[in-house]
Design a binder for this molecule. Structure first.
Ligand SMILES: [Zn+2]
Ligand SMILES: [Zn+2]
Ligand SMILES: [Zn+2]
Ligand SMILES: [Zn+2]
Ligand SMILES: [Zn+2]
Ligand SMILES: [Zn+2]
Ligand SMILES: [Zn+2]
Ligand SMILES: [Zn+2]
Length: 268
């Protein structure tokens, strides 16, 4: 009979679960380094693909599976193993314990890997934002957009990231007050000023980027971004000087076009 859990114990368990989740969050371990997302070359047909139990092309089982959780290929004697193999190293099918339902890669016979992996498989819901293929619909590795953090397949990752780099507000202006927005949310594609990035009642930690007041996703400092913005159209006001500076340095542009009536000039 398992012991009855006390309130404090339950609370502690919940807490540790949450911490585990935070630890496995994308920001801490990049998706590229997760063992279930590493590159595998089928030892039968040679097709390059994401780590998986069966080759995506020819369905053959790999001779040396890599654990989707801990990344090991060889098990030294360990007390953690559900199958005991004292004094013996195991590899291949003797080392594995299960196949993850989500990423379809082997999980080793270590107790921890078996109990932990499926709960926190990093490829859960890993559907490409562009082509909407899930991990079962293609054999390739998954990527994450460095701007909006969404999942992307191998084929779409570069193109998406190029288009994702664009901010909606053309002039880095704060969504709420039109002052210079020094923080940008790449999820909402908006800028926020020093004042409007903060929300009442929220305690912010030092040395941590501000979460977006709209979506809660971490914002980046606008100056750190090499964000492209749509070009201003000055129409007939365009002078040679303005055109030149547009290409050279956007920041100095407002000086040159000051007084152009179609441009609501930057007051900051
Ligand atoms: Zn194959
Ligand atoms: Zn493992
Ligand atoms: Zn073992
Ligand atoms: Zn998995
Ligand atoms: Zn895709
Ligand atoms: Zn993106
Ligand atoms: Zn503002
Ligand atoms: Zn946002």
């Amino acid at each position: 009979m398992p012991k009855k859990k006390t309130g404090a114990r339950k609370k502690a368990e919940k807490q540790s679960q949450r911490q585990k989740l935070i630890r496995t969050m994308k920001d801490n371990i990049s998706l590229a380094d997760r063992p279930c997302n590493i590159l595998m070359e089928c030892d039968h047909c040679g097709t390059k693909q994401r780590n998986r139990a069966f080759c995506y092309m020819c369905m053959s089982v790999q001779k040396l599976p890599v654990c989707a959780q801990c990344g090991k290929q060889k098990c030294m004697k360990s007390s953690d193993c559900v199958v005991r193999h004292p004094g013996q190293h195991t590899t291949g099918l003797q080392m594995v314990g299960a196949i993850c339902d989500i990423c379809e890669a082997w999980v080793c016979h270590g107790r921890k890997c078996l109990s932990v992996h499926t709960c926190e498989c990093p490829l859960l819901d890993a559907e490409c934002l562009e082509c909407e293929r899930g991990v079962w619909d293609h054999g390739g590795r998954m990527y994450q957009c460095s701007f909006c953090n969404c999942f992307l397949c191998e084929d779409d990752q570069f193109e998406h990231q190029a288009t994702c780099q664009v901010l909606e507000s053309e002039d880095y202006k704060c969504k709420s007050c039109n002052r210079h927005g020094q923080y940008s949310c790449m999820q909402c594609k908006m800028c926020f000023c020093e004042e409007h990035i903060k929300r009442k009642g929220v305690v912010y930690k030092r040395n941590q980027s501000f979460p977006c007041p709209k979506c809660g996703y971490q914002t980046l400092e606008t100056k750190d971004l090499s964000v492209s913005i749509r070009k201003h159209e000055y129409g007939r006001q365009t002078t040679a000087v303005a055109e030149e500076s547009l290409e050279q340095n956007f920041a100095s542009l407002s000086v040159y076009v000051h007084g152009a009536d179609e441009h609501d000039s930057d007051t900051t």
